[in-house]
Design a binder for this molecule. Structure first.
Ligand code: NAD
Length: 544
């Protein structure tokens, strides 16, 4: 146990570089993309610090350029899950015995490497792998990941400093923030490189060792995370990266007595299924596993008649269509008062006419491809249904093409029925559904916003009138874990807006905050008595 104190200086958010024409950062990332595209890499799993390859190779292609092969990854099986768990358990005693300052210094160094020599490579890999334009790659894989690494070190320091009162004369009380007993299983989604990194780094910072299973469509940038962490000095076995099908990993891990925690980000259905499995196996575990999950969203924007139409339109265009709407926080349903709609619609349609779609390698493209064929088919299915449904009008976009890459135009559906399917279900693509409501029914519409979907991740209200803001804030109290006033519902920044939702959107343990880190420790209270009693009798036993 080490509670010695070396204070981490004040942490600042990593600056987001501009990548303007002629900038050195733009030249560096262009060079990194060209370098990556020139060679085909064979990506190994990383188990106990060893690079593990198998004969089963899966091809990796950029979602926006299916004719190009970036390389392959080695698919693992049950034996790799077993090996990863073994390696995590083997590395655990030494890792948790290390002082927290030493652990933190590894992650702080990783942030500095990412901000410097790894920056261009991490951006390039994320752009090619997940089809992000440079701005989306930079705010995610560099800025947010640096912020997770640095702010979490500071939050860890805050946790370790929390100690019960001391009576130095007689009693010394201490809290020892032990790691969980066993290993943590981190399962990450495709859409944020930073989340993929944080899901194992956050528990690891607190002394845990992890098995990490990324989404297959993120493996090309996942290996850069492992290279970065190794370069920063992460010991072998602390984080073990495996590429296996979810159920293959789950069947072994959720039956293992040392399974101590799940750190998950992904869809609601998968998380509920995993929770059910853990519940069924509960008597097999050494401890009650910590279950932390950030899941789906159906994020709203509601405008009041006093709102500024241009501000609403800009928030919707950015909030709904940046990264092709593949953010858990993306605006996907909007409620606009009749008196404002004509203007909001015009501004949005004007904007959409100027938006270019294509490869992220062309920096003038705002919209790129969706992640894979499954997503493409799912999203376009919603659009085709809306085309045929008299209850829905498509007023922008609606076209798609998967011949060269998985491209779907930013699409706006207007739904007369506020419970129309695309107002309720998570689509996870560039599709925004708008419901136009009578100006006088603002409060009724707020109730509708609250009831319409099972999720409660992000949401925004736009209004100039303060009373309208206040009514919305109160009525929508449980409708969003991240709630915005006159701002788009995406783009939460670590250290500023801790992120997470409740209801069907997750356990709301707020990634990138001290709340999340508390889930990865199991405190032991230690009371030391400097003057132990030598007589069992209390004074009240005395005779009058
Ligand atoms: P997904 O649920 O399809 O996959 C997430 C991860 O779970 C992947 O690694 C996948 O391989 C794994 N998985 C799937 N089935 C499994 C099983 N049976 N056992 C073990 N693992 C299994 O999600 P996705 O498509 O990668 O990501 C998009 C989803 O993630 C959306 O629903 C989005 O809202 C959500 N998301 C939420 C947040 C948040 O902070 N709330 C952030 C990002 C993404």
């Amino acid at each position: 146990m080490s509670n010695a104190f070396f204070q981490i200086p004040e942490i600042k958010n990593e600056p987001v570089l501009s990548y303007a024409p002629g900038s050195p950062e733009k030249a560096a990332v262009k060079k990194a993309i060209a370098g990556l595209k020139k060679k085909q890499i064979d990506i190994p799993m990383v188990i106990g610090g060893k690079r593990v390859r198998t004969k089963k190779k899966v091809k990796i292609r950029p979602p926006h350029e299916l004719s190009h092969e970036l390389g392959t990854f080695s698919k693992g099986d049950k034996s790799h899950v077993e090996a990863a768990v073994k390696a995590a358990l083997k590395a655990k005693p030494e890792w948790e015995a290390m002082s927290w300052e030493d652990r933190a210094s590894i992650f702080l160094k990783a942030a500095d490497l990412l901000s410097g020599p790894f920056r261009a490579r991490m951006n390039a890999a994320t752009m090619l792998c997940q089809s992000k334009n440079i701005f989306q790659a930079e705010i995610d894989s560099v800025a947010e990941y640096c912020d997770f690494l640095r702010f979490n070190a500071k939050f860890a320091e805050e946790i370790y400093a929390q100690q019960p009162p001391v009576n130095p004369k007689a009693i010394w009380n201490r809290l020892e923030y032990r790691a969980l007993e066993g290993f943590v299983f981190a399962i990450s989604p495709f859409n944020f490189t930073s989340i993929a990194g944080n899901l194992s780094c956050a528990p690891a910072l607190m002394g845990n060792t992890c098995v990490w299973k990324p989404a297959e469509s993120q493996i090309y940038s996942a290996i850069v995370i492992m290279d970065l962490l190794e370069a920063a000095g992460l010991p072998p076995g602390v984080i073990n990266l495996i590429y296996v099908d979810g159920p293959v990993a789950g069947n072994y891990i959720f039956n293992h007595k040392d399974f101590a925690g799940l750190h998950f980000t992904g869809s609601t259905g998968v998380f509920q299924n995993l929770w059910g499995t853990i519940g069924k196996n509960i008597s097999n575990y050494r401890s009650y596993p910590r279950i932390v999950g950030e899941t789906g969203g159906k994020d709203f924007v509601i405008a009041h008649k006093s709102a500024d139409a241009k501000e609403v339109a800009t928030a919707l265009v950015r909030g709904a269509f940046e990264y092709q709407g593949q953010k858990c926080s993306a605006a996907s349903r909007a409620y606009i008062p009749k008196s404002l709609w004509k203007k909001v619609q015009k501004y949005m349609l004007d904007d959409l006419k100027t938006i270019k779609m294509g490869s992220p390698e062309d920096f003038t493209n705002f919209v790129n491809a969706v992640i894979d064929e499954r997503s493409f088919d799912k999203i376009t299915n919603y659009i085709h249904q809306a085309k045929e449904d008299p209850k829905a009008d498509i007023i922008a976009g609606g076209n798609s093409d998967k011949s060269e890459g998985y491209f779907i135009e930013p699409t706006i559906i207007v739904a007369k029925d506020p419970k129309y399917r695309t107002m309720c279900e998570e689509i996870f693509g560039p599709v925004l559904t708008v419901h136009v409501y009578p100006d006088a029914k603002f409060e009724k519409t707020l109730e509708l916003v609250d009831e319409t979907s099972p999720y409660a991740l992000t949401g925004a209200v736009f209004a100039k009138e303060r009373t309208a803001v206040n009514i919305a804030t109160e009525k929508l109290k449980n409708a969003a874990g991240n709630y915005y006033i006159n701002d788009k519902p995406t783009g939460a920044v670590v250290g500023q807006q801790p992120f997470g939702g409740a209801r069907g959107s997750g356990t709301n343990d707020k990634a990138g905050s001290v709340l999340n880190l508390y889930r990865w420790v199991s405190p032991r209270t230690i009371k030391e008595n400097f003057n132990p009693p030598t007589d069992y009798r209390y004074p009240f036993l005395g005779e009058e």
